[in-house]
Design a protein around this ligand. Structure first.
Ligand code: EPU
Length: 402
């Protein structure tokens, strides 16, 4: 199976197109609902977007008519907030809806705001919108209170056009941040240190066009690896980037999987029931919170008891209750789920609550005896390209029903 381009790299890169009047051409953009939502948002601002074959997308923000991100789009996709930094840097103003709460936690954007204010922006909250203004952003030293992925990306993008040098401390080290830095560098930005916790950006007067290939999706990769581990399968994932998956591969090996790594693919083979593996989510290079639900599905049928601790989002255990409907034995104690593996799950109707929770439910459904029906699969369509087709090709019995 071939891995798709990374959603969480493609979305910020699409926003990076706002930084230049020249075309940005991205290759390997996955076909997803979130990409369609971002396309709609940018098109509404006046960005000309052409989607070509095989995930090639050209974005041209020659003119930005209206630097606004309305509530109806931001509430369906929080990543919309990634337009704030680029709009402010390019147009000197932006009006972006506050995202509000979300299914997995509070998820405020105070660090995005704090960083832009340190760069000289004035940001007022009126009628649920952030109204940001800045004549020209100035470089600044910004120490983030916590590690935030889109916060780091927003500030890094804004800083590319600021006057002087910006130093982002306690920056997110996620591979998607590094890929975005590569894309911005191809556009003419001067960035050092992406991938570490201090990123230095020297502002330039303007950025140009570029061509960039989006990195492979490490969470999609991890999801299929977990599915193979749960079902006792053997699969090869082409185009997967093993170097971005160390923590996931280590946990899968501990669960008993045999994993082979090549520069162009990852192979997994699993025989028998998985061992119970405890884990704790953490910012990169720790285990991704976006893999927690899939590992919980695996732990549900493991031999032994696993402790799964979620440290990034305060409400990301909604799938535990749904897994219980399939017969999983899970007790929640604060931010830890105690998962006692059972030999068999039983198919049932379950409800998807967010993107990764849905992926966990699909994995559980694949191993459960009988039929499982997952409702609200628009969550899956936000972040998994052709999930049912890819899984069918690997031998799963799965179909999309009306
Ligand atoms: N936070 C704040 N203030 C801020 C920003 C974040 O308190 O200003 C908190 C959040 O509430 C959370 C923690 O910091 O508790 C980390 O959140 P982060 O900002 O890193 O999350 P994000 O940037 O909104 C991205 C991914 C998520 C992924 C998280 C964590 C994108 C578009 N989204 O979100 O992906 O879970 O990082 O790795 O990159 C997904 O793909 O399913 C998904 C949810």
């Amino acid at each position: 199976m071939r891995v798709s381009g990374a959603k969480n790299a493609a979305l910020p890169m699409m926003c990076a197109a706002l930084l230049t009047a020249r075309p940005l051409v991205l290759a390997g953009v996955p076909r997803l609902l979130d990409v369609a939502t971002m396309t709609k948002l940018l098109a509404q601002m006046g960005v000309a977007i052409e989607q070509r074959r095989e995930g090639r997308m050209s974005l041209n923000a020659k003119e930005i008519r209206d630097p606004t991100a309305p509530y109806d789009l931001v509430k369906t996709m929080r990543a919309s907030v990634l337009v704030l930094g680029p709009l402010l840097a390019r147009c000197g103003q932006a009006k972006v809806s506050l995202p509000g709460g979300c299914a997995i936690g509070l998820r405020p954007v105070d660090q995005h705001v704090k960083g832009l204010q340190a760069m000289g922006a004035t940001i007022a909250i009126e009628h649920g919108y952030m109204h940001a203004v800045a004549r020209r952003l100035r470089g600044a030293r910004i120490v983030m209170d916590l590690v935030t992925v889109t916060g780091t990306e927003n500030l890094m993008m804004a800083a590319t056009l600021a006057e002087g040098t910006t130093r982002l401390e306690n920056a997110a080290r996620e591979p998607e941040v590094v890929d975005l830095a590569r894309c911005l560098t191809a556009m003419g930005a001067k960035i050092e240190g992406a991938g570490g916790d201090v990123i230095r950006i020297e502002g330039v007067a303007s950025l140009g066009g570029a061509e960039h290939r989006v990195m492979p999706d490490r969470i999609e990769t991890g999801t299929y690896l977990a599915a193979a581990a749960a079902t006792g399968g053997k699969i090869r994932l082409l185009g997967a980037a093993a170097e971005s998956l160390d923590a996931t591969l280590e946990k899968l090996r501990a669960a008993g999987a045999r994993i082979g790594v090549d520069p162009s693919f990852i192979e997994i083979e699993m025989a028998g029931r998985p061992n119970a593996v405890s884990l704790r989510t953490a910012p990169y290079p720790g285990l991704a919170t976006d893999m927690q639900a899939q590992f919980m599905a695996l732990a549900s049928i493991a031999n032994g008891t696993a402790l799964i601790t979620e440290t990034i989002f305060e409400n990301r255990f909604m799938h535990a209750l749904e897994l219980q409907r399939l017969g999983a034995e899970i007790a929640i104690q604060g931010n830890t789920a105690v998962v006692k593996g059972v030999e068999r799950l039983q198919g049932a109707a379950v409800m998807a609550t967010d993107l990764r929770a849905s992926a966990g439910l699909v994995i559980a459904g694949l191993v459960a005896e009988g039929e499982t029906v997952v409702d609200r699969i628009y969550h899956l369509d936000r972040g998994y390209e052709a999930l049912e087709k890819k899984l069918s090709a690997l031998g799963a019995r799965i179909e999309r029903v009306k």
